[in-house]
Design a protein around this ligand. Structure first.
Ligand code: ACO
Length: 431
């Protein structure tokens, strides 16, 4: 983003202040208010940070009105059609798509770092049987920091090693936690398999089942992970940046991001989409009742997988996810009644003035969960899948934050509306 010659003038009674405008590489404009408080004593008030640009970033571009999502300038659809997930992870972290040699070397590094310390495997045994895998994931990620402390003083090669470790080990932790939840022996990662194939093998093979991983599933997983790989300053990425701005290490920052993603209004929505569709199915498949509830102001019910802070047209990721979902269903020759309900629900919502007036369209979570379901991923693992996909984006955001000239701790202000100063009464005199 570069400063332009334009300014906006803010008038406050007799006082006026010129605030510069800044313009991004895709033409989006921002009012630079850094001088505001110093010059006027005022702060800005923007709950939900709906109008606030918290940083400059060269990682991801979104245009919610036109339904555009680009990573480092590449349309997400282009990346889904022509790249594997690890190429996109490399792109986000390094800034360019790897050539063949770089990809091979990255792939080798990921394999070399796939195991987790054997002592960490005991941790899994001590979680309750019904522990949510997102709780396990965030705890295991922050625990990695005690087994693999960052080396040196944030030298580039140390950061590269930590980044690769995390990308590789998150997938191993996720698969191990699934195996432990089933009470099955864990399956170790293998050097002769690539990233997505390796993950699916750890998830679905066992000492007694050694079927080769279906290439249809590998291809679908690559695509779904790419769809999730970054989404600029969303809730979890902002959390990663906020924690990272306190100079916390990468593992701690990512662990916090995982917790934020877990929320049902964010990545946790993919699990809730499936549960909502199951509920509609159990109630006889009446999508009209779900629509009516979602429109009722006195009912907190919302259509999960619908609506987005940024997208006021069709989420481009949802469009691709819907295509992948159909392809996987056809390739596996399966029929999922939940997919029928989802499509009926989508059609009914898109035809309804309530959703039209509010620009509510399916978001990325609407069809990704359904696709993972076809692939055999259980419902409570869906947000974990999102986290595996989002990891390179979080890492890229964290690295970018640390490279900023203005790297400072993130510390918003507030408008205090509590009681004015008062004094403590002795215990016996308090009402
Ligand atoms: N169902 C019914 N009504 C909705 C929905 C929905 N899914 N989403 C928004 N609305 C309505 C709101 O009630 C509000 O109506 P009003 O103007 O009459 O009060 C209006 O649309 C605007 O909604 P906000 O909550 O102000 O929109 P915001 O940008 O703050 O929230 C969010 C976006 C959280 C995604 C919201 O649309 C939602 O809760 N969706 C369901 C959960 C979901 O799918 N989350 C995943 C998002 S994608 C991601 O994080 C990866």
């Amino acid at each position: 983003m570069s400063p332009s010659n334009d300014t906006a003038t803010l008038r406050l009674g007799d006082q006026s202040i010129d605030l510069p405008l800044r313009t991004g590489s895709e033409g989006e404009r921002a009012l630079d208010i850094r001088a505001l408080r110093r010059a006027t004593g005022l702060i800005t008030y923007d709950p939900g940070l709906v109008n606030t640009g918290a940083c400059e970033s060269s990682i991801t571009f979104t245009d919610g009105e036109r339904g555009i999502l680009r990573f480092r300038g590449y349309d997400v659809e282009d990346l889904v059609d022509h790249c594997e997930f690890i190429e996109v992870a490399y792109l986000l972290v390094h800034g360019w798509l790897p050539n063949a040699a770089q990809k091979a070397s990255f792939s080798r590094l990921l394999n070399q770092n796939a195991l987790i310390h054997e002592d960490m495997i005991h941790f899994f045994s001590h979680y309750p049987e019904r522990a949510h895998p997102m709780a396990v994931l965030s705890a295991m990620v922050v625990s990695l920091s005690s087994f693999y402390p960052e080396l040196g003083e944030n030298r580039q090669e140390d950061i590269d090693l930590t980044v690769t470790r995390l990308l590789s080990k998150l997938r191993t932790v996720a698969a191990f936690s699934y195996k432990k939840s089933l009470g099955e022996p864990i399956v170790y990662p293998r050097h002769d398999m690539k990233y997505c194939q390796n993950f699916l093998n750890m998830m679905f093979s066992s000492p007694v089942v050694r079927d080769p991983v279906n290439p249809v599933l590998v291809d679908a997983l690559n695509k779904l992970l790419i769809l999730h790989a970054d989404h600029e300053q969303n809730c979890s990425s902002s959390v990663v940046r906020a924690v990272g701005s306190a100079d916390a290490n990468l593992y701690a920052s990512i662990s916090a991001g995982i917790c934020a993603l877990w929320g049902p209004l964010h990545g946790g929505a993919n699990q809730h989409v499936i549960e909502m569709l199951q509920q509609i199915q159990a109630d006889g498949g009446h999508v009209d009742r779900a629509i009516a509830r979602a429109k009722d102001r006195n009912d907190p019910y919302r259509l999960m997988g619908f609506g987005h802070r940024i997208y006021k047209s069709y989420d481009p990721r949802a469009r691709v996810a819907k295509r992948i979902c159909r392809d996987v269903t056809a390739a596996l020759d399966r029929h999922d009644p939940l997919l029928d309900i989802a499509m009926e629900l989508e059609a009914a919502a898109l035809a309804d003035p309530y959703f039209q007036e509010r620009n509510l369209y399916p978001n990325v979570d609407f069809y990704t969960g359904l696709t993972y379901r076809q692939m055999g991923i259980p419902t409570d693992m869906l947000t974990v899948m999102f986290a595996i996909g989002r990891l390179p984006g979080w890492i890229a955001q964290w690295l970018e934050l640390r490279s900023e000239d203005e790297f400072r701790i993130m510390r918003p202000r507030q408008i205090y509306v509590g009681p004015p100063q008062r004094t403590v009464k002795p215990l016996g005199e308090r009402s």
